[in-house]
Ligand binder design. Structure first.
Ligand code: SF4
Length: 261
């Protein structure tokens, strides 16, 4: 039963029902409910590794995919390799359209994102947003590792929502109420592999040229697009109805913004 056929009231009820539920319970429910039609978008951050570990214990894990923008740090590629070996999972890798990247770097140069917010959003759209739209095509639900305390934009996310940016499919966020400490307690307790950049002061890890380490006490995403002091630290992968996109069908998410990718 896809969200287009799931009423908003049903989603509200599910969200309320699972508001206090453990992450594992929500994953079990979602995998059963949307069997064969659910994907997990993993960016291989700390939250992503918690979900990989939980999903690996399920007999019928979802399709797990990641978006390789072409600008990821070596440490993220190292972790993807480590996950394949440790868990034996298939990681489906989506890459940007070659023609679009070729045109972008030919017209604006390889590092145009430093020149303006518009240029940065254009790059994120080509390298992240469009590949995600392709990855979600045909699915009825997807899982992400978003947490409420990551950014001010995420403080009101619920564990189960509809996703107006992607055809109103169901968006499952089992870690919505987890703290950064909860994430690391799980990783240490279960000896989960993680991105080595975390040991160098990177709480949030995206593309190499757009991510820096942060000082103690700084916002966890302040190292993303650090040169944009005033702009939202989002790229367009996680938009809500409040972002003004209403109920667009799949493939019409033209907002150019950025996940905890
Ligand atoms: Fe481009 Fe930077 Fe966005 Fe990566 S994070 S897609 S390099 S602008």
């Amino acid at each position: 039963m896809s969200l287009p056929t799931l009423a908003r009231a049903t989603i509200d009820g599910l969200s309320e029902h699972f508001s206090q539920a453990p992450a594992e319970t929500i994953l079990e429910w979602a995998l059963d409910k949307f069997r064969g039609r659910i994907g997990y978008s993993c960016s291989f951050g700390a939250e992503g590794m918690v979900l990989i570990d939980m999903l690996s214990r399920n007999r019928q894990p979802p399709t797990i995919f990641t978006i390789d923008t072409g600008r990821l740090p070596q440490q993220t590629h190292d972790l993807i390799q480590a996950v394949r070996q440790r868990y034996g999972l298939t990681i489906h890798v989506y890459v940007p359209q070659a023609a679009a990247v070729q045109e972008l770097v030919s017209l604006r140069g390889p590092n145009s994102f430093y020149e303006s917010v518009a240029n940065r959003k254009e790059c994120c759209h080509i390298r992240k947003v469009e590949p995600l739209e392709r990855a979600l095509r045909g699915l009825d639900a997807w899982i992400t590792g978003l947490r409420r305390d990551q950014t001010p934009d995420r403080t009101r996310i619920r564990k189960i929502e509809r996703d107006p940016g992607h055809g109103n499919i169901v968006k499952v966020m089992p870690l919505a109420d987890w703290t950064w400490e909860d994430v690391w307690t799980y990783i240490r307790a279960n000896d989960v592999p993680y991105n080595k950049l975390h040991d160098s002061g990177y709480p949030s890890i995206g593309c190499a040229p757009c991510t820096s380490a942060v000082a103690a006490g700084e916002d966890s995403r302040s190292g993303r697009w650090w040169w944009e002091r005033e702009a939202s630290k989002e790229c367009g992968l996680h938009l809500t109805a409040e972002d003004g996109i209403g109920d667009r069908p799949r493939g019409e998410n033209t907002a150019l913004h950025e996940e905890d990718t």
